[in-house]
Every structure is written in C-alpha cells, then in structure tokens.
Design a protein around this ligand. Structure first.
Ligand SMILES: Cc1cc2nc3c(=O)[nH]c(=O)nc-3n(C[C@H](O)[C@H](O)[C@H](O)COP(=O)(O)OP(=O)(O)OC[C@H]3O[C@@H](n4cnc5c(N)ncnc54)[C@H](O)[C@@H]3O)c2cc1C
Length: 338
C-alpha cells in the first residue's frame, strides 16, 4: 500500500480560520498502518491535522502535514449500565455524539456541535455546558513518534485539566492520537445546570421532567447555532482565549474594580473568570483591526477576514495587553499557533 504525498498543497480548506497557508508535503491517512508507513519515511517537520478548528497557521508549513482520517466506532464491552467504545481519531466529533445519542449511549450530549475530530478532543480536553471529555475517557491510544509504536494513556495518565492535558505539556509533539476509548452510560443522566440549557428548554416549550438526551443535544445545538458564528461564513476557532483561573485574593481585587465579574468556582478553590466578559468590559466587542475583528455578540470569538493570521494575532495581542494592564490577568490563547 502506498500513500500519495502531494507537494505544495493548500491548507485553506483544512483550517476554520481559512488561512491560505500551504504545506510543503501533504497526505491523508486512514489507518495506523498507513500512519506508520508515512512516518517511517518522513524526516521533515510534522503537523497532524484533524478538522483544523483549533489551529492558527502563521505561514506556510515547511514539512509534512498529515490529515488524520482514521475511522471507526467499535463496541468493546457492554453491561446493563455501560458501554465501552473505541473510536478512530479521524471520526468527526459531532458525528460521534449524534451516533452515541441515537444508540442510547449517553454522556456526550452536552458536547454536541463542537467542530473537529475525535483525535484532537483529548488534547485540550474539550468541554462545554458543564461536561468535559475527561468525564467519559477510559484511555487514549497513540503512536509514539520516537519509535512509531502504539502507546496507551489511561485517563489518569492523560492528566486532564481545564482545556489541558499531558498532550499539551510533557508529551506535546511526541504522539499522534489514533483512537480514543470512551465509557458511556446506558442510563440517561442529564446535566442541565450550566449556561442557558434549562432556561432555553423552558422557553422553547420542553417539559423539563421529560427531557431526553436527544432533547438536550437538540437544545444545545440550537443555543450554539444562535450564539456562535459559523466558520464557513465567519472564519473562527471558537473561543480564542482560555477562561483564566484566579485565586480568591485576585478575584476580590478584580471584583472591587468590576463588580459584575462573571466567575465559576472550581473544585480546587480557584475561580474561573469569563474571559469574554472581561474583554467585553474593555470595549473590544465588535472592534476591527485590519482583516480581523472581535465578534459583535461573543467577545471571546475572533473572526479572520484575511488570507493570513497576521492581523488576527495582532488583535489578540492587543486584547491580551489591555486585560493585563487593567486587571493583571494574562489571557492564554486557546488554539495551537503553528
Ligand atoms: C465554532 C467553534 C466552536 C468551538 N467550540 C468549542 C467548545 O465548545 N469547546 C471546546 O473545547 N472547543 C471548542 N472549539 C475548538 C475545537 O473545535 C476543538 O478544540 C476541537 O477538539 C479541535 O479539533 P480539530 O480536529 O479541529 O483539531 P485541529 O485544529 O485539527 O488540531 C488542533 C491541535 O491538535 C493537534 N492534533 C489534531 N489531531 C491530532 C491527533 N490525532 N494527534 C495528535 N495531535 C493532533 C493539531 O496538530 C493541533 O495542534 C470550537 C471551535 C469552533 C470553530
């Protein structure tokens, strides 16, 4: 089996910021074996791509870009209460959520409508509406780039945190995720108390006592579609900054200056501040800088209207500077900048 490697290939269709960067070499893989074959012959810098929805390309990529399309949703175990499934890293995340809800495997509903691939989901421990990937991960299977052999990381070894995992820290750039194993429940257990789920459900005429996981998925899709711009028409990567975590003393200091500050208490005693609220308070919502702008309804989302990411990153830097100057908080960029 030989994989076709294209040369000087446009990455524009493969990143949701629509940056018109090019890859020196480009290929698509659909199995672990193909991945091993391609990697065995490669000596160039490497970039692995899923949906390109959490990526800022700063220019042409001088090496090999591998589009991960390893497929498959496989049942490994089932009991009366649970299923253990193994999912190929190239599956589309929301297709997985849809499939699981339809089959009566619950736990992913609140993560509906997040763009991207299954393989990228553990990297930043995707999360939405009070649920994070870590809540359902059994283990993550990778191909180690040092010896091209498979490895398995238990959920504990993944060291998941808020938009964080070992794959963004000590193991960064050392693995390609090939499969993710998820333990899902066969009994619905709904999470309705985060964000606007309950309020919207009532407003849209749902009977809260009768809600099903499919209802929750549909409500979340409706909320997200109304709130978040579609990358197809307004190129973006979702939240551009992580919500900062601060200690109690810092929170009191910020609250004295901004009494309405939106904060979510965390299990470790820190408070997660709504970065979008902070940015909005400083008047950035809707502001434009060159070919980039802050979304006019969601200050955490930056829109790219250019063919490069230059203006976008400059805008992001100015926002970071403004928040730092006013409150001493360092906003961290959420997507990978390559
Ligand atoms: C409109 C919109 C809404 C969003 N909402 C949310 C949200 O609610 N919650 C949330 O957490 N995120 C959200 N995101 C961000 C994004 O969708 C997720 O982070 C998603 O998991 C990225 O998947 P991807 O396949 O597109 O990753 P890519 O952008 O393709 O890759 C991201 C990074 O992971 C690396 N990578 C990708 N696949 C692999 C692999 N198999 N092995 C090793 N490394 C890999 C890439 O090299 C890159 O560094 C949103 C994005 C958009 C555009």
């Amino acid at each position: 089996m030989s994989i076709t490697i294209a040369q000087d290939y446009s990455l524009r269709p493969f990143n949701t910021l629509a940056v018109a960067a090019r890859a020196a070499h480009f290929c698509k893989v659909q199995s672990v074996l193909e991945l091993q074959q391609v990697l065995a012959q490669n000596t160039d810098p490497l970039l692995i791509l899923g949906g390109g929805s959490n990526l800022v390309l700063t220019g042409d990529f001088p090496g090999l870009v591998i589009l991960n399309r390893i497929p498959g949703i496989e049942m490994l175990e089932q009991t009366a209460d649970q299923v253990l499934i193994r999912v190929g890293a190239g599956e589309i995340w929301d297709h997985l959520v849809e499939t699981c809800v339809a089959r009566g495997w619950f736990g992913l509903e609140n993560l509906s409508w997040i763009p991207g691939s299954v393989g990228a989901a553990p990297i930043q421990n995707i999360g939405a509406y009070g649920v994070e990937l870590k809540d359902v991960v059994e283990c993550v299977e990778t191909l180690c780039l040092e010896d091209l052999l498979p490895r398995t990381f238990s959920a504990r070894q993944c060291r998941f945190g808020y938009r964080d995992s070992v794959f963004k820290r000590s193991e960064q750039g050392r693995h390609i995720i090939t499969h993710v194993q998820l333990r899902l429940s066969r009994q619905p257990s709904l999470h309705l108390d985060y964000g606007e789920i309950r309020r919207c459900a009532e407003q849209w005429g749902y009977d809260i006592a009768q809600l099903t996981p499919l209802d929750v998925r549909q409500i979340i899709i409706r909320i997200r579609s109304a709130k978040l711009p579609d990358p197809a028409t307004a190129p973006n990567v979702g939240s551009f900054f992580k919500n900062p975590l601060v200690g109690a003393a810092d929170f009191e200091r910020i609250k004295a200056d901004a009494p309405g500050v939106v904060a979510y208490p965390q299990a470790d005693g820190t408070l997660k501040l709504a970065a979008g609220w902070l940015i909005d308070q400083l008047g950035w919502k809707g502001r434009r800088q060159g070919c980039a702008r802050v979304h006019d309804r969601q200050a955490l989302v930056l829109i790219n209207e250019g063919s490069s990411s230059h203006d976008l990153l400059e805008l992001a830097g100015n926002i970071q500077q403004a928040v730092l100057q006013r409150w001493g908080i360092e906003l961290e960029i959420e997507p990978s900048v390559v």
